[in-house]
Design a binder for this molecule. Structure first.
Ligand code: ADP
Ligand code: ZN
Length: 529
């Protein structure tokens, strides 16, 4: 049995310098490395770009045996192994992309003790063959990357991770590490339990990215707003624009190009050669704006991305944090900008309704969306809201749109009641339900064909909301949706009274709403005071 404290006598800092070329450890890295070299387990929560890899790579080089790295991202695995080999580290991977001969070669090298690091995909560890192989060789450390994937409540659950808890019994003498860049308090606790790390030391880095300015604006004309935002950035800024669909990616990239922005599309449906070419240009050249689905970004190491823009709403705060976190990894000022509107809420609810999966699964997706909406609609500091979501306390940051320009709020109780009462009447009296557009027409007393055909000018609330513009009503509805006062249902996003709705109807809940300021482009707002 390998004593947990054995090591080769190499100095971790010397390894850091000689192999990786860095003069010193950063943040918690030195403590984590020392803990693991001494044979202890560790749970590491560190944001993307924080430098997690070093924390298992250095112990793997200091302790005798091979460091086992479990990673779900095959592309990332290839990149890491290539980079390690370039630094003279004996690294290899085992995954489904290899031929049997290639695999056999790696297995032999491992058994002969000729590997410093071995990367495997989690699914390989659920089979007996790989486990037996690992037991016949010698492991120095086991690192479970993307450890939040074990959480069934998280946004990235992977069933293969559940079996990784067994490593505790299979390799009792090997120090184990769980690493992740996204964990709420609950996920943190869950991964510690499921991966059986009761004696681990916990290293929780701050998730704050102070150089990133967060800005979320109401969506009016997203393309135009995006263009204004991009043009307002310093010349030759590299940026990423995230859109939900492939079609939207292509159209947005095309639009920006016609407006003189050096924009390129990137999504999984593009030819591999085009993807590689676009990615290469983004990495090498200045001022390229990549318009992409979330397929783009994992493992892209470009420190000087100056902005990340979202023209569609991310599905979760974890996703938003991960995507915006690709901005400003060099520590220089960067902006995370998003345009968000009523259509996003309706669309995301519809996607959840239509997603395959049981009720509990859909509820979970709904909770993720609710947290994202709360961030969008907050009238207090965005960063504070974001950090609290990850269980970290902070004060107002002074570097987000709500801090820089405190939003005005107004009392939305009466309009909320008018809307709810319209929904309730149509439902009770006629068994009907409608989407936002038609409800606004009723409230504003519009005289459309549909209103006349349906006789909706006879509804008691017809015209009662004429004091608000169409845009104001959209803002009200968006915010009420975000708070669960109303809910959007079905394919057409028809509105119904939500859980919080009854109290509002009775006048027992306050409804402070944020006053949207729709400055041109929404990219900048004059101080309203
Ligand atoms: P993570 O996996 O946490 O996202 P990485 O391990 O990929 O982060 O590291 C992010 C970047 O920081 C990489 O470019 C890496 O080379 C660099 N880095 C990590 N540790 C150090 C260090 N001690 N000194 C300087 N650069 C470092
Ligand atoms: Zn702030």
């Amino acid at each position: 049995v390998t004593p947990r404290t054995e090591h080769t006598g190499k100095d971790p800092r010397a390894v850091l310098k000689e192999v990786f070329g860095y003069d010193d450890f950063r943040g918690d890295q030195a403590d984590i490395v020392a803990r693991v070299i001494a044979g202890g387990d560790a749970v590491v929560l560190m944001p993307t770009g924080g430098g997690k890899s070093i924390t298992y790579q250095v112990p793997a080089l200091v302790r005798p045996g091979t460091g086992l790295v479990i990673s779900p991202l095959i592309a990332l695995m290839h990149d890491q192994v290539d980079a390690l080999i370039a630094n003279g580290v004996r690294a290899a991977y085992l995954n489904s992309t290899q031929s049997p001969t290639e695999r056999a070669g790696v297995e032999q090298a491992f058994l002969a003790g000729e590997l410093d690091l071995l990367y495997v995909a989690p699914e390989r560890l659920s089979g007996a063959a790989t486990t037996q192989l690992l037991q016949r060789g010698r492991l120095s450390v086991i690192a479970i990357d993307e450890a939040h994937c074990v959480s069934q409540w998280g946004h990235d659950f992977r069933p293969d991770y559940l079996a990784l808890g067994d490593l505790a019994e299979r390799f009792p003498d090997v120090p184990r590490m769980a690493l992740t860049a996204t964990a709420t308090r609950a996920t943190h606790q869950e991964l510690t339990e499921r991966l059986r790390l009761p004696a681990a030391r916990h290293f929780v880095a701050s998730f704050d990215r102070p150089n990133i300015q967060y800005r979320i604006v109401p969506k009016v004309d997203p393309r135009r707003q995006l263009l204004d935002f991009v043009r307002a950035q310093p010349a030759a800024s590299a940026g990423i624009v995230y859109a939900l669909s492939r079609k939207s990616v292509e159209q947005t990239a095309e639009y920006l190009r016609t407006q003189g922005v050096d924009a390129l599309p990137y999504h999984a449906g593009l030819d591999a050669a085009i993807r590689a070419r676009n990615q290469g240009r983004f990495l090498r050249e200045d001022g390229v704006v990549m318009v992409a689905t979330i397929a783009f970004g994992m493992g892209i190491d470009k420190p000087d991305v100056r902005f990340v823009a979202h023209i569609d709403l991310p599905k979760s705060v974890e996703g938003y944090y991960q995507e915006t976190g690709r901005a400003g990894r060099d520590g220089e000022p960067a902006v995370a900008w998003m345009a968000y509107g009523l259509g996003d809420v309706v669309q995301q609810r519809r996607l959840i309704d239509q997603s395959p999966g049981d009720r509990a699964y859909k509820m979970r997706l709904g909770q993720h969306l609710d947290a994202m909406l709360a961030l969008c609609e907050t009238v207090s500091c965005r960063r504070q809201n974001l950090l609290n979501y990850f269980g970290q306390e902070s004060g107002p940051c002074g570097n987000c749109d709500t801090c820089l320009d405190t939003p005005d709020t107004w009392d939305g109780l009466v309009p909320a009641q008018k809307l709810l009462s319209t929904i309730v009447r149509l439902q009770r009296e006629r068994g009907q339900a409608f989407g936002a557009g038609h409800l606004i027409d009723i409230l504003r007393g519009a005289s459309t064909d549909r209103i006349r055909q349906q006789g909706h000018d006879k509804v008691a609330t017809y015209g009662l909301g004429a004091d608000l513009s169409d845009q104001d009503w959209r803002s009200v509805i968006r915010q009420l949706l975000a708070r669960g006062v109303i809910v959007a249902q079905g394919e057409y996003g028809v509105l119904a009274v939500g859980e919080e709705g009854a109290a509002v109807l009775r006048g027992e809940a306050a409804v402070p709403l944020r006053r949207d300021v729709l400055g041109r482009g929404g990219a900048t707002r004059a101080k309203a005071s």
